[in-house]
Structures are given as C-alpha cells and as structure tokens.
Design a protein around this ligand. Sequence first.
Ligand code: SF4
Ligand code: SF4
Ligand code: SF4
Length: 471
Amino acid sequence: MGSGLSVAGNLAALLNADVCWRCQACMAACPLVGVLPHYAGPKRLGPDLWRLQQASSDLRQKAAMGPDLDLCLGCRRCDVACPAGVEPARLIALNRLSFSHRHHKSTAVRDWLLGHPTWLGRLGTTFSRVANPLLGQASTRALLHHVAGISGERRLPPFAPVRFSKLYPATSPLEVAGKGSPAEKHAVEQSVERPAGQGEGEPAGQPVARVLFFPGCQVEYYEPDLGERVVAALRSLGVEVAVDEPSCCGLPAIANAWPAVARRQAERNVERLAAWIEQGFDVVLASSSCGLTIRTDYTGLGLVREELAEKARLVAEHVFDLGEYLLQLERRISRATGRRVRVVPKPEGEIGSETLAYHTPCHTVARGEGRPWLELLRRLPGMRVLDLQAGCCGIAGTYGLKREKYSVSREVGEGLRSALVAAGTPPVATECETCRLQIRDLVPGATVAHPLVLLGRLRWEERAGDPAGGE
Ligand code: SF4
Ligand code: SF4
Ligand code: SF4
C-alpha cells in the first residue's frame, strides 16, 4: 500500500528525508531510545527508511523495520529536536501507514477497536451502567488482557452516562449562516462580560468572536462535563459558540495504521470545518492531540485528496487548542480596542492546595505555540504553579493501553512519576486526556484535571499598559 501522498507530496517527503545530516540530535531527544536499547530510533525509522522505501523493492529489508515502526510513540520530540528541519515522526507515520496491511493476526481486532474510538465510545456510553462496573473488576481486566490484548494493569477511563451531543446537539452551519443564531445571541446578551471598549458601536449582543467547538471523542464519550465547561467559558467571554457534530480527528486510526479510515475522517472533517470557517468561525478543541492532528497530519500525511488540499490548509490555519485561542483572542481584542485586556480565572470552590503542577503534553511542545495553559494557570491568584518539565508521560494515546506496550509506557513515564512524587504530589493540570490517564496510573490517588477545570470560570480584565505588550 502506498503512502497516500501525491507525487508532489512524495517528492517533498523524500527531499525532507534527504536533508538529514545524521547528527543524531533526534536520537538524543527520543524518549524510547534510553528505555529500549534495541529500538532503531527516529533517524533509521524516519528519513533512512523513507529513502529505502522509495529506492528499493526489497520487501524483506523494509519489513524488518516493521515491528520497530510500531514501537514509536508518535510524540514528535524528534521533529522538535531536528536542527535540519527533517520531520522524522512524520516520516515514521508515513512508513507505518504504508505497512498497514501487516496487522498482526493476534492483535488485529484490538487494533481495529482502538483505531475506531467512535464505535467503542458509542457502545460504552450506551451500556455505561453495565460497562463501567465491569471495567473495574479484576476478572474483566484479566479477560481484556489475555483475550483482547488490552493491558489488565491499565485502569481504563469510565464511559460517560450521557454523551456530550445529547447535552449539546450539533449546530448546523445553515442555522447560523450570515448573522449568528438567535439562541447564541441571547446567550451572549445574558452572560457576556465584555472587555472594556470591545463592541463599542456594535449592536448589543454582538459576539467578540465566533467559535465552533470540536468535542472530539474524549468530550463526546468520556468527559462531557469538560465540553460544558469549554462552552460556558467561551460564552462568558462573549464568544458565540456553535457545537460541532461528534467526530474523531483520525489520530487513533493513524496511530493504529488504518489509513483508509483516517482518510475518510480527515476528508469529512475538512469539508465540514471549512464550511464553518468560511462563515467566520474558528475551530476550538480541548485536546492538544486532536488539534495537532487536524493542523498537520491531514496534509502532512496525505490524508486528503489533492482537490481538498486548499480547504485542508484553510482548516489548519483556523484550528486552535482552547488555551492557545484564549491568548490569541486577548491579543486580537487588545489590538482592536487599543486597551490591554486579558483573560483571568475565577476558580470555583477550593482547589485544596496552594501548589499546582503542570505537565506539558508532547503534542503541545510539537505545536510550537508555547505553553498557553501554563501561562493561564499562573494567573490563578495566590497559586504556586510548578512546571514539571519531566518529558513524555509515555502513554501516547492508545499505545499505553496495549498489553505488550504497557511496561514500556510506564518506563518512559518514570521521569514524570518521580518528578511528581518529589514535588509532594500536588494536583496536576494537563490539557491532554491520555496524559491525565497515565498520571492517574503512575501516581495512584493523584488529582489530575484539564487546566480549565482548575481555572474555573473566566472573565475579562483590563490592565494598564501597551495593548501590544506582553506580560
Ligand atoms: S516520535 Fe517520539 S518515540 Fe517516535 S521516534 Fe520520534 S521521538 Fe522517538
Ligand atoms: S536530528 Fe534531523 S538531521 Fe539529525 S539525524 Fe535526526 S533527522 Fe537527521
Ligand atoms: S485526539 Fe484522540 S480523542 Fe481526540 S478526537 Fe483525536 S482521536 Fe479522538
């Protein structure tokens, strides 16, 4: 099976691979290299193998690397480390997708399920009353371990009793065409706390921005309350919020090597999201990995047809993680109004600690837009926020759920575990859902939440100083 890239895309990837000057910086940055001494590493699995794939028809030689391709965490730390601009992680993902026909028989069903989280999510939420207690039982976990290949040591997240889309049905782009839905405007009029100066001369109820919230699988099937918080937080800032239909970004299909599924999801998302963006909406997510996938993989992995490439680029420019979006919005409003405004938190209830720890997900590092949630958490009054800086947590999405990967996943996360314990196990904030899952496993009893949960409600605050200035 080919990579899915166009001829031009293939050539660009080959040129990218050819730039590698073998400095080994990616090897030093890879969290697996220190844990698995036999792991071939980003240089060999990325640029070296890509060149080999293009140049050689010797299938045995290529197939020899197959198992190691499957070991890669997809953390993209190698991409960040490479001084030459090679993207080893992208090349590894391309190589893995082209080996997709090699699913091992014993794990094919498990990998299919993990690659299709919407199936699992629908099933699990429908039968959550039965499924959740069962998932907690040792006998079920043993069965999952031995029969399904899901590690029995991994504590799986409970399914939500009610799906997010039942609480917030998707808005149709037609409903808001041109001027915004009356219901949204009403919500804005009721709850907006405008930044001073914003909206002057505009009709009452005019939103400060228009956002389509993409819930993704996590909010839809596991954390609908997080989705409710996102919608409420944006609305309290005067943002008009529409809710997207439940859909997956495609990352699990990419990670579990189901290229046809990933392509279908990517094309559907591009068509739908582009329609919203053309109406003036930005797309906001509460998951760092979903956003990165939509932003970089749809074109980077050749998941959309050539005729959709333009729309995919438009979508990539308008997709934001919530934290990144909030900081961008305050800069935009400050410039537009000539007044320096910023988003400040209003914690709900006691956090129960004067210290918080922040863990940076690898995909936030890979996005290259700083660490907005750390900046926002530091605005919590009287709170000491520790920046853990402990590297990859090791779970890498569905990777750390797999029987044969669980121990590697924990070993990679050991640095994070010891940093957290050394800090006295304060509550931890991180914007990646699977990092949260891993931290709960690494440090049983730890309080772990999305940063928005700890920030509570949000409001605008006007500050003295230059509107274009930094902190
Ligand atoms: S993506 Fe992460 S695990 Fe994979 S090769 Fe790169 S650094 Fe290593
Ligand atoms: S860091 Fe970049 S240039 Fe250096 S070996 Fe890795 S891929 Fe090649
Ligand atoms: S990041 Fe994970 S949970 Fe979120 S949409 Fe993508 S696959 Fe689904």
